[in-house]
Design a protein around this ligand. Structure first.
Ligand code: DQA
Length: 122
């Protein structure tokens, strides 16, 4: 099984940004942890970008069995990322480090949840 682990805007700032929401670990520590835990079961491809079009291109080009995506703030704004995921028909799980349902109202709107296999938040 091949999985694409996609992280969107500002997730390169993990370990520095709002530690009360996102913890102390950096993105590379998070990726190493995922790699250690799951690489015996799946081939993992990691990608992070702050640019919407780069995430869309990665989704369009993906030849994988599944996508795990933390689209960051694009979750709440991006019909384009939704359309990219719909166009590939690759099953995906939406992930958030924080529990977006305990935060501001605008974070409770997701353009991805209703087409995701599942959502993990918090
Ligand atoms: C986030 C939650 C989003 O609302 C926020 O914009 C992020 C990170 C999370 O992982 O909790 O950048 O996706």
């Amino acid at each position: 099984m091949k999985l694409l682990i996609l992280n969107g805007p500002n997730l390169n700032m993990l370990g520095k940004r709002e530690k009360n929401h996102y913890g102390n670990f950096s993105l590379s520590e998070l990726e190493e942890n995922i790699q250690k835990r799951f690489s015996s079961r799946a081939e993992l491809i990691f990608f992070q970008s702050n640019a919407e079009h780069e995430l869309i291109e990665k989704i369009q080009q993906a030849k994988v069995d599944g996508i795990v995506i933390n689209a960051g703030a694009f979750t709440h704004t991006s019909i384009a990322i939704r359309d990219a995921l719909l166009s590939t028909r690759i099953p995906f799980v939406e992930v958030h480090i924080s529990n977006v349902y305990k935060r501001e109202n605008f974070r409770q709107k997701s353009f991805l949840s209703d087409i995701a296999l599942g959502v993990i938040s918090g």
